[in-house]
Ligand binder design. Structure first.
Ligand SMILES: [Zn+2]
Length: 64
């Protein structure tokens, strides 16, 4: 593919242009995918905390 800024030829899976250093479309897509993964991890983290809180509450309820 070709750089959208300077028009230089760049590798299909290159994330930045070797000529001008600007981010390629492939690089932007990879960043978006990383963003989705981060959101998924954050959700898992929140669900994990909620699960632990429910577990502790349940145990506390049973032993009180
Ligand atoms: Zn370029």
């Amino acid at each position: 593919m070709y750089c959208s800024k300077c028009g230089a030829y760049i590798n299909e899976d290159a994330t930045i242009c070797m000529n001008c250093g600007c981010e390629t479309d492939a690089g932007k897509q990879k960043q978006e995918m990383n963003g989705i993964k981060e959101t998924e991890n954050n959700l898992k983290f929140i669900f994990g905390i909620v699960f632990i809180v429910i577990l502790i509450t349940t145990i506390f309820f049973f032993f009180s």
